[in-house]
Ligand binder design. Structure first.
Ligand SMILES: NC(=O)C1=CN([C@@H]2O[C@H](COP(=O)(O)OP(=O)(O)OC[C@H]3O[C@@H](n4cnc5c(N)ncnc54)[C@H](OP(=O)(O)O)[C@@H]3O)[C@@H](O)[C@H]2O)C=CC1
Ligand SMILES: CC(=O)N[C@@H](CCC(=O)OP(=O)(O)O)C(=O)O
Length: 349
């Protein structure tokens, strides 16, 4: 008999939440039973999102853990930083499973969260309990967990591009420089001066240099994999496109490795994992080649002149970088095939 899991989405009126609604509509073993809003409870969700007309006829629920307990088994939280840390203890106390898409449970060190997010951190017991859900690296720990911290969009693209090489010692972790680009939906649905049309269109800008909240998240994982403290240079750029992240990474190699060495290492590391695709020699991925899908595509260019390698990794920030990976985590939590309901072909062109 197949299990149907009932899911609630807190932050269902944001980009991450609406993407969860889209993806879960096709999941064979999940039913979204509650869409939650802190500002529009009681309104039909399709009123604000006409693309959901005749797809979802329900009203938005209030943020009420007891109500969610009566309607759901698992809760996705897709809210701004500082919200999930407050709601999660109440949801866990009701016996619900939680998948937090925000950054609130990613950094194990509370002072790091305070430094980078400038907000009050979650209580240490929940940070200790939360499993960092980078599925292809920590998937084994996700199975059976009650609280998942879904990785950030930039860290997902970046870490999937770096972990195998760092783990195998092909590159010097101290030499890594990460140059990342994001589409505007990465900033969420709220309008701000920096992301309205005339600021973004035909423009290309770097932001939060050396100040980005994903720096400690990337360093936390690289340090874990390398077995020593790793610090890195990470610069983000805003690109005039809706979806997509490209992380271009540069690192010094520890020997005379070739493109084929990297391709073979990464294909072995990700063998059996459906969502990481390694490009053939001389071919590098573009964001459109993963758009709308849960894929992360990775390509390599070794330069024998400098003895450095360039690694290019792309994802759709709203799918593999948020809602898709969150569903992949749910699949792993439930002991299902990790690709259940996620085998989308990218939207191209
Ligand atoms: N956009 C992206 O590509 C990615 C985003 N993330 C992270 O996921 C989270 C959601 O991002 P995104 O969907 O883009 O953000 P949005 O700004 O689009 O949506 C956030 C939603 O949170 C709800 N919300 C705000 N305050 C509260 C509150 N106090 N209690 C409950 N709900 C609240 C709002 O809905 P309402 O007013 O209806 O309650 C809002 O629609 C963020 O932490 C973000 O950093 C992670 C990876 C990728
Ligand atoms: C384009 C853009 O502005 N992107 C956001 C990504 C936000 C995000 O995913 O934040 P958390 O991972 O901390 O939840 C940024 O760079 O801050």
């Amino acid at each position: 008999m197949s299990t149907v899991v009932r899911a609630a989405i807190i932050g269902s009126t944001g980009y991450g939440g609406v993407e969860l609604i889209r993806l879960l509509a096709g999941h064979p073993q999940v039913e979204v039973t509650s869409v939650v809003s802190s500002s529009s409870a009681g309104a039909p969700i399709a009123e604000g999102f006409p693309h959901l007309n005749e797809i979802r006829t329900d009203l938005l629920d209030d943020v009420d853990p007891a109500l969610l307990k009566s309607k759901a088994d698992v809760v996705f939280i897709a809210t701004p930083a500082g919200v999930a840390s407050k709601i999660t203890p109440l949801l866990l106390a009701e016996g619900l499973k939680v998948i937090d898409i925000s950054g609130d449970h990613r950094l194990k060190d509370r002072s790091e969260y305070e430094t980078w997010y400038k907000k009050e951190p979650a209580a240490q017991e929940y940070l200790d309990q939360a499993v960092f859900g980078l599925c292809e690296v920590y998937g084994e720990s996700v199975r059976g967990a009650d609280l998942i911290s879904n990785p950030g969009c930039f860290p997902t693209a970046t870490l999937l591009g770096l972990v195998p090489a760092v783990k195998a010692g092909l590159i010097d972790p101290a030499s890594i420089i990460i140059d990342a680009k994001s589409g505007v939906s990465g900033a969420g649905r709220g309008v701000s001066l920096g992301n309205h049309y005339s600021e973004v269109n035909e423009n290309f800008k770097a932001y939060k240099i050396n100040k980005h909240q994903h720096i400690p998240e990337i360093e936390q994982v690289l340090s874990d994999i390398a077995g020593k403290k790793v610090v890195t240079t990470f610069t983000t750029h805003l690109v005039p496109m809706t979806r997509g992240i490209m992380s271009t990474m540069y690192a010094s190699m520890t020997g005379n490795h070739t493109n084929e060495d990297f391709i073979s290492l990464y294909r072995n590391y990700y063998e059996g994992r459906p969502f990481v695709r390694i490009r053939q020699n001389g071919v590098w991925p573009a964001t459109k080649e993963v758009s709308g899908s849960n894929y992360c595509d990775i390509g390599f260019a070794v330069d024998p002149r400098t003895n450095r390698v360039t690694i290019v990794s792309v994802i759709d920030n709203l799918v593999k970088g948020a809602a898709g990976q969150a569903i992949q985590n749910l699949n792993l939590m439930m002991g299902w095939d990790e690709s259940l309901g996620l085998r989308f072909v990218p939207v191209y062109p």
